[in-house]
Design a protein around this ligand. Structure first.
Ligand code: SF4
Length: 858
């Protein structure tokens, strides 16, 4: 099987992948982002390329149609809206999943031909605060660091970043470097203890939004102890004195940390030259996200710890092509190629290059404002490209209602059923990962190719082609006569050359003569040039700016809700949710809660919790753990109405944004929590997709079909009928066992002598090995054994999955530890766990520590 060199479609690490049409997936040993490594999500990519659930034909109002009809309709509706209501009455909402070429064409159509800047992207949710902070400090949106800096640093400060789960290969690179140089120090600043914390020498359990106070305090300390770089700041930085003065006004303890924790951290920072500060959504997704970014940048600028190997601030992006989108102007407040939308010379140059009839002259609507404009009736035609805002935006139910108010909604997507597609008039089938061709840029500015290795299914088409076809039908054909992605990339590079008179960081000249087909991963501006090594920044005077920032006043709420990601899922699970292996890690929506809080609300492990805000409510499984700080809840954002209608976490998040970046604050919402008391709890494993009609449902793919966690508010009179309705099974022989005393119910369905569904219900949370039950589906085990939830003799219960690569469960690992496997290496030897992608290593370490505690106490 020949393998194609491509790039992972998940996170901003941008790992190189060798992929085959048979589903073979390997890490690319030659890609400088990962050198052959992959995380659990990347490793399972081969399990996500089937056509199950794919959108394969254009659809108008739910009916399949041909491309001409669909494209004619889209072009006509957008043209009519523009003619009747002006260019700002239409909008595109794009995605960091789009390739740079797709983004370039969408941005060109909206900003240069429609004449509006109403194109924003889900990257607004991911790194807009970093973009704004970079521009304030550097004059450009420049990420100065490289991944090698992480290995060369003597101190790595991770702020608001669960790198072990969200950028696992970067975590692995740091872990490997720390193994070689144990003197390397890692400080993890996070309100909760995460898998990343296990790598850290110090965990600073900061208060939500306490970052500005913390870094202002650091800057004041650096000034007090004479640790500022006087020469660097005198020659290359403006605003030092004002900024230090503003920093002194902050009380560092407002960060929630103790004076001794602060003193130790400040001394470590001041005493270490090679410091890299990595930050991610915990910094960006905040009402003061931009100020947090600048508070970090201020410390690096004040000490000259920037532009040198092993030094610098490092914003890591969540999406695979968030950086590419930034480069081509995929945000409503950018033009293209890092040119300024509010600069008339820049606008004129771009318009001249595009030879376009119009150019936007004011920023467009940022994501949250864009959907508010939909709610207000201002948007008459909306095109959502490869993203799912009805799930991923704050106040998701409000966003869904807003989309449903837009007179004409188009979505282009690979999947047919998504929460957003359900609201669209026109669905356009796009090519997915493995079928499309183009480029992406990772967090270290490295442009890599995504290459096709699969045939294009059904009538799907690449995004750039769909957008160009609509542009042509709107009368702009000559500017969109692209025949292939290479044509678009060439135009993108040519625009860069044509505007080189405007000083900025983006410089694509290295790609001028590049062979697009054979393009190797390449960093701009060059593979070797280090930004800011010469002390030159991009403000007109060539200096950087330190920005005085004020710590916010923190308000106390009974519970503060932090939202984020799981190790093995990606965004709204439309791709990663296809993999049974990945689904087995954490199979239902949950809320992490400190044990003291659980006691306070009367919650026990396995209970369901109603978490509620002013915006909406969810029902989530209680995960009671001291990893959460008291008063703080954490819930993952992956579950959709398709998978868990009551588990949609963004139903509860507020449409509150950073005033500068427009990035929503998704990390510290005020909520209440109480135990949800259903009349019954249930667990179902079956071959078919379960219905999601009970008040609490969470469905997940399994190796044998599907599973569902359930809870109902009314005890059914006929359990067989209930399970038939849940599974959609008309046939099959049912065996029902009811224990009137305990109130438990067990139902088995057999078809053709094999088990096709197993259902367990109880007045309290169902205690049974999910894995055992799931593994019984499709077997010919005796019904009585199946109803007992007993594993077959050759199928011992492995417990919940920890290692997704080798499907190693918690019970198997605990058994191995009790038999003497007392280290990661020994566990690996005995069970294979942790020996492939390594994403589970933090959990293995925690399991070893947990299992060894009682032994140590004995
Ligand atoms: Fe993909 Fe994992 Fe690499 Fe991110 S770290 S790019 S998800 S393989």
């Amino acid at each position: 099987m020949s393998l194609t060199r491509t790039t992972c479609p998940y996170c901003g690490v941008g790992c190189g992948v060798l992929a085959g049409a048979d589903g073979t997936i390997k890490g690319d040993p030659d890609h400088p982002a990962n050198f052959g490594r992959l995380c659990s999500k990347g490793t399972a990519l081969g399990e996500t390329i089937d056509l199950d659930g794919r959108l394969l034909n254009p659809k108008v109002n739910g009916q399949a149609t041909d491309w001409d009809s669909a494209l004619d309709l889209v072009a006509r509706k957008f043209s009519e809206a523009i003619a009747d209501h002006g260019p700002d009455s239409v909008a595109f909402y794009a995605s960091g999943q789009l390739l740079t070429e797709d983004y370039y064409v969408a941005n060109k159509l909206m900003k240069g031909f429609i004449g509006s800047a109403n194109i924003d992207t889900n990257s607004r949710l991911c790194m807009a605060s970093s973009v704004a902070g970079h521009k304030r400090a550097f004059g450009t949106d420049t990420v100065p660091g490289t991944y090698e800096d992480l290995e060369k640093a003597d101190l790595i400060v991770l702020v608001g970043s669960n790198l072990a789960w969200c950028h696992p290969v970067l975590y692995q690179r740091i872990a490997a470097a720390k193994e070689v140089r144990p003197e390397m120090r890692v400080v993890n600043i996070d309100p909760r203890r995460t898998a990343t914390t296990d790598l850290a020498d110090t965990h600073l359990q900061i208060a939500p939004d306490g970052d500005v106070a913390l870094f202002n305090g650091l800057l004041a300390h650096l000034a007090d102890v004479g640790a500022l770089d006087q020469e660097f700041t005198a020659n290359h930085v403006n605003g030092l004195e004002n900024t230090v003065q503003a920093a002194r006004a902050s009380a560092p303890t407002a960060s929630g940390l103790t004076p001794s924790e602060l003193a130790a951290f400040y001394a470590l920072w001041a005493g270490t030259q090679k410091v890299v500060t990595i930050y991610s959504q915990g910094v960006n997704q905040s009402v003061c996200g931009t100020d947090k970014v600048n508070a970090i940048l201020n410390c690096h600028l004040a000490t000259g710890r920037i532009g040198k190997p092993g030094c610098g601030p490092f914003s890591v992006t969540g999406q695979p092509n968030a950086m590419g989108g930034r480069e081509v102007g995929g945000l409503a407040n950018m033009l293209a190629n890092h040119l300024e939308l509010d600069n008339a010379d820049h606008r004129d140059a771009v318009q001249a290059f595009w030879d376009s009839p119009a150019i936007c002259n004011a920023p467009g609507l940022k994501a949250v404002d864009l959907f508010q404009a939909c709610a207000d009736g201002k948007i008459k035609a909306l095109w959502v490209m490869s993203t799912n805002p009805a799930v991923s935006l704050p106040d998701a139910d409000g966003v869904a209602a807003a989309i449903s108010k837009v007179p004409f909604v188009v979505t282009s997507d690979i999947m047919e059923k998504t929460d957003t597609n359900d609201l669209a008039h026109v669905l356009l089938p796009t090519t997915g990962w493995g079928e499309k061709d183009g480029t992406v840029t990772n967090s270290e500015r490295r442009i890599s190719r995504q290459r096709a290795f699969l045939p294009i299914p059904g009538a799907a088409r690449p995004d750039w082609q769909i957008i160009s076809d609509v542009a042509t039908r709107m009368g702009f054909g000559s500017a969109f006569a692209f025949e292939k992605p290479a044509d678009i990339f060439a135009e993108y590079v040519a625009l860069d050359a044509a505007t080189s008179q405007f000083p900025r960081d983006l410089d694509l000249s290295i790609f001028g003569d590049a062979d697009y087909a054979a393009l190797i991963p390449t960093q701009w501006p060059t593979n070797t040039r280090r930004f800011f090594a010469d002390g030159q920044f991009y403000h007109p005077d060539g200096k950087a700016r330190m920005i005085p920032v004020k710590a916010p006043t923190l308000t106390q709420t009974r519970f503060s809700l932090n939202t984020g990601r799981n190790r093995d899922q990606w965004h709204t699970m439309t791709r990663s949710g296809k993999s049974a292996r990945l689904g087995a890690h954490l199979a239902e929506p949950y809320v992490e809660m400190h044990p003291d809080d659980a006691v306070a609300i009367g919650a026990s492990p396995g209970d369901l919790i109603t978490v509620e805000s002013l915006y909406g409510h969810t029902i989530l499984r209680a995960l009671i753990t001291p990893r959460a700080a008291a008063g703080q809840l954490f819930a993952p954002m992956h579950w959709t109405r398709q998978r868990s209608p009551s588990g949609l976490v963004n139903s509860m998040t507020a449409s509150v944004t950073d005033p500068i970046s427009g990035q929503p604050a998704l990390k510290s919402g005020a909520v209440t929590a109480q135990v949800y008391k259903p009349k019954w709890f249930g667990f179902l494993a079956c071959a078919s997709t379960p219905a999601t009609q009970t008040p609490y449902t969470a469905i997940a793919r399994t190796q044998t079909g599907w599973q569902a966690e359930l809870a109902g508010s009314k005890r059914p009179a006929d359990w067989e009928a209930e399970v038939r309705a849940l599974t959609g099974m008309a046939d099959g022989i049912a065996s029902v066992q009811t224990d009137m005393g305990s109130g438990t119910v067990r139902v088995a369905f057999t078809e053709g002598g094999v088990i096709s569904a197993l259902f367990f219900a109880s007045p309290s949370p169902v205690v049974i090995s999910r894995r055992t039950v799931v593994d019984l589906i499709g077997t010919d085990i005796a019904t009585s054994d199946a109803l007992a939830g007993r594993p077959a003799a050759d199928m011992p219960d492995a417990g919940p999955t920890v290692c997704a690569c080798f499907n190693v469960g918690r019970t198997t690992l605990l058994n191995a530890i009790s038999q003497g496997a007392g280290s990661l290496a020994a566990l690996g030897d005995k069970t294979c766990a942790g020996t492939n992608c390594g994403s589970c290593k933090p959990e293995l370490t925690a399991l070893l520590a947990e299992a060894q505690l009682p032994m140590a106490a004995e």
